[in-house]
Design a binder for this molecule. Sequence first.
Ligand SMILES: *[C@@H]1O[C@H](CO)[C@@H](O)[C@H](O)[C@H]1NC(C)=O
Ligand SMILES: *[C@@H]1O[C@H](CO)[C@@H](O)[C@H](O)[C@H]1NC(C)=O
Ligand SMILES: *[C@@H]1O[C@H](CO)[C@@H](O)[C@H](O)[C@H]1NC(C)=O
Ligand SMILES: *[C@@H]1O[C@H](CO)[C@@H](O)[C@H](O)[C@H]1NC(C)=O
Ligand SMILES: *[C@@H]1O[C@H](CO)[C@@H](O)[C@H](O)[C@H]1NC(C)=O
Ligand SMILES: *[C@@H]1O[C@H](CO)[C@@H](O)[C@H](O)[C@H]1NC(C)=O
Ligand SMILES: *[C@@H]1O[C@H](CO)[C@@H](O)[C@H](O)[C@H]1NC(C)=O
Ligand SMILES: *[C@@H]1O[C@H](CO)[C@@H](O)[C@H](O)[C@H]1NC(C)=O
Ligand SMILES: *[C@@H]1O[C@H](CO)[C@@H](O)[C@H](O)[C@H]1NC(C)=O
Ligand SMILES: *[C@@H]1O[C@H](CO)[C@@H](O)[C@H](O)[C@H]1NC(C)=O
Length: 582
Amino acid sequence: MQHFLLISILLLFDLATVHCQIPLPSTPYLPPNASSGAQPSPSQSTLPNPQWSNLLGNLIYFYDAQRSGKLPSTNRVPWRNDSALDDGSDVKLDLSGGYYDAGDYIKATYPLSFTLMSICWGAIEFGQGYDMSNQTAYLDSMLRWGLDWLIKAHPSNSTLYVLVGDANTDDAYWGGDLGIPKPRTSYQINDTSPGTDAAAGASAAFAACSALYNNQPLKVSSSTPASLQNTTYGAELLQHAQQLYSFAVNASGGQRLYQVSVPAVAAAYGSSTYTDELALAALFLSLAQNSSSLFQQAESFYSTYSLGNQNGILNWDSKTPALALLFTQIASTRPDIGRNLSSWQAEAERYFDNVINIRIPGFLTKGGLLFYNGYSDTSSLNPALTAAMMLFMYAPSASTWEKQQAYIAFANNQLNYALGNNPMSVPYIVGSNPNSPQNPHSAIASGGNDISQVDTSPPQEAYVLYGAVVGGPDVHDQFFDIRSDWPETEPALDINTPMLTLAAWKVMNDTSDPFFTSLKAGEYDARRPKGTPCDGAFPCNSNSIFQKGGKIAMIVVLAVVGSVILGLFGYWMVLAFTNKKA
Ligand SMILES: *[C@@H]1O[C@H](CO)[C@@H](O)[C@H](O)[C@H]1NC(C)=O
Ligand SMILES: *[C@@H]1O[C@H](CO)[C@@H](O)[C@H](O)[C@H]1NC(C)=O
Ligand SMILES: *[C@@H]1O[C@H](CO)[C@@H](O)[C@H](O)[C@H]1NC(C)=O
Ligand SMILES: *[C@@H]1O[C@H](CO)[C@@H](O)[C@H](O)[C@H]1NC(C)=O
Ligand SMILES: *[C@@H]1O[C@H](CO)[C@@H](O)[C@H](O)[C@H]1NC(C)=O
Ligand SMILES: *[C@@H]1O[C@H](CO)[C@@H](O)[C@H](O)[C@H]1NC(C)=O
Ligand SMILES: *[C@@H]1O[C@H](CO)[C@@H](O)[C@H](O)[C@H]1NC(C)=O
Ligand SMILES: *[C@@H]1O[C@H](CO)[C@@H](O)[C@H](O)[C@H]1NC(C)=O
Ligand SMILES: *[C@@H]1O[C@H](CO)[C@@H](O)[C@H](O)[C@H]1NC(C)=O
Ligand SMILES: *[C@@H]1O[C@H](CO)[C@@H](O)[C@H](O)[C@H]1NC(C)=O
C-alpha cells in the first residue's frame, strides 16, 4: 500500500515529464494479490471480464520487472533498482536499458526481437483487448522500452549488437540487480561478420511494430490495432527495419548464422537457420511499406528455401509456422499487397490441421498438453501456447466454419491447460492464483545470493514476479515448483509473449472468467509430486554431464534433443516419401 501511494504521488508529479509515449494512468495498474484470482467475478455477462483484464495487465507488468538500465520515475516494481548503467561502455556506446532476458541478466537481441515482433503482431490483430482493459499505455511503454534499446543496439546501417553480458559468467551469478558482475561485454555483428538471422529477426520486429504504430491493420478479426498510433515513431522504426533487411540480405560477408560471427551467443541463443527470418522480415516489411514486391520477395524466399510442408514449432528460433499465417492475413485483408490467398490458406490449414488432428511430430500428454519431444523438454508450455496463439490469430481466416470452430476449441484447451485445467491444478502464471508457481527460477526475484543454495536461501522467494509465465510441467504433466529447476520454472521474455495475445483476445471476446478462478488455495499442494524432477537441471543419473542451473546445460540438452528431432523428422520424411511412392 505504501508503495502504491508513493508511486501514485510520483506519477502525478511526473506526468508532465513523461515524454515520447502515451501518458500512463495517474493511478497505476498494479497486480492484485494472488488470492483475488481464486474469486470468481460476480457478473460474467459483460466485456471486459475483470479477471482477463488483470491477467493481461500482469503479463505486461512482468516486463516492467525485467527492465534493465535507469528505471523511469513511473516504475511500478518497487523492489527493482537501476542496474547495468555502463552497458556499452566497452564499445563507447550507451547500450543501457532494454530487458533482461530470463532468470539471468544477459540482454539478448535475437529472442528480444521475436518477443517484440510477436507482441506487435498480436496487438495489430487483437488490439481492442489492450484498449478495453486500459492496458494500451502500458503496452506502449513496454514496447518502447524494448524498441528504444533495439534502436541503440543498431547504431549504423550494418551494425547490430546481439548480446550484452556473457551467458557463461552470468550463469555463475545468482543475486540481486545491485551486484550484477562486470565487465559486461557487448557483442556485435557487422558487414564483414554478419548474422543474417539476427539482422532479419530484428528487421521483422521493427517492421511489425512499425505497422502497429502506423495503424496498418490486418482486418481479419473485428478488432483494430491497439490505439497507440504515432507515425513519427512508426517511420523511425520502419527505417531501422529497412536498413536491417538490407544488411541481412546484402552484407559483404554474405549470409550466415549469427553464432558463426559471434560464438558467445551460442551458449544462450544460437540459431538453427536464417531462412525463416528472411521471409518473415520481407513479409512484415511488405505490410509496413504497402509493397507487393516485398510480398513476392517473401514468397520467393519461401519457395527457394523450401519452407512449405513443414510441421515445426513456433518459438524464438523457429518462425516458419508463422509465415503461412501471415501470408494469408495479408493476402486476405490487403489484396493490394498480397496474392495467392487460396494457396496460402491451404498451406496454413495443412499446418494447423496437422497440429490439431495428427500432431506429427507432436502429441498430447495424458493431461492434454500439446508436447513435442525435445522442444518441450524445457519450457513445455511454450510450443503449446504459440500454437494456441497462431490458431486464434488464424481462426477468422479459416476457409470453413467447422475448421474455425475446431481451431478455436483446440486453442482454448491449450490455454485452459496453462491456466490451471491440468493434473497439477497449477495456473502457470506467477501471482495469478494461490496455486500459481511460488518459485520461479529468477535471480532478480529470488532475493538469494548463494548460488549453491538457490532452492533454500531464502526459503520463500523474496518478490512475487507477477505475470511471469514459467516453463511448465514435464511430459507426465508433473510440476515440481523448484527454484533451481530451470526447465520447469524459468520465465523469459519470449515465453510470456503468446499469453499476451491470447489474453488480449479473451478480453475482447470472453465474458466468463479464466479457468483459474475455480481453483481454491491448496489444490496444488494436495497434488504436488514427491521427489525431484528428472530433467536437465536434476540429473536422473549422477554421472550425467548436466550441472544444476542455467543455459549451458540447456544448450547441451537442446543440441542433443535437436539432433533427435532432426533424426525423427528425417525418419518421418522417409516414411512419408515411401508411402507416397507405395
Ligand atoms: C511520438 O513518438 C515520438 C518519437 O518517440 C515522440 O517524440 C513524440 O512525442 C510522440 N508523439 C506523441 C503525440 O505522443
Ligand atoms: C495475499 O493475501 C494472502 C491472504 O490474505 C496473504 O496471506 C498474503 O501474504 C498476501 N500476499 C502478498 C504478496 O501480499
Ligand atoms: C478503464 O478505464 C475506465 C475509465 O477510467 C473505467 O471506467 C473502466 O472501469 C476501466 N476498465 C478496466 C478494465 O480497468
Ligand atoms: C543507410 O541506409 C539508408 C537507407 O535507410 C541509406 O539511405 C544510406 O545510404 C545508408 N548508409 C550507408 C552508409 O550505407
Ligand atoms: C534493490 O535494492 C534494495 C536495497 O536498496 C534491495 O533490498 C533489493 O533487493 C534490490 N532489488 C533487487 C532485485 O536486487
Ligand atoms: C565486426 O564483428 C566482429 C564479430 O563480432 C568483430 O570481431 C569485429 O571487430 C567487428 N568489426 C568492427 C569493425 O567492429
Ligand atoms: C541488395 O543489393 C542489390 C544489388 O546492389 C540491390 O539491387 C538490392 O536492392 C539490395 N537488396 C536489399 C534488400 O537492399
Ligand atoms: C497501398 O498501395 C496501393 C497502390 O499501390 C494503394 O491503392 C493503397 O491505398 C495503399 N494502401 C495504403 C494503406 O497505403
Ligand atoms: C502466386 O501468384 C502468381 C501470380 O498470379 C503466380 O504466378 C504464382 O504461381 C502463384 N504462386 C502460388 C504458390 O500459387
Ligand atoms: C468470440 O469469437 C467467436 C469465434 O470467432 C465469435 O463467434 C464470437 O462472436 C466472439 N464473441 C464475442 C463476444 O466477440
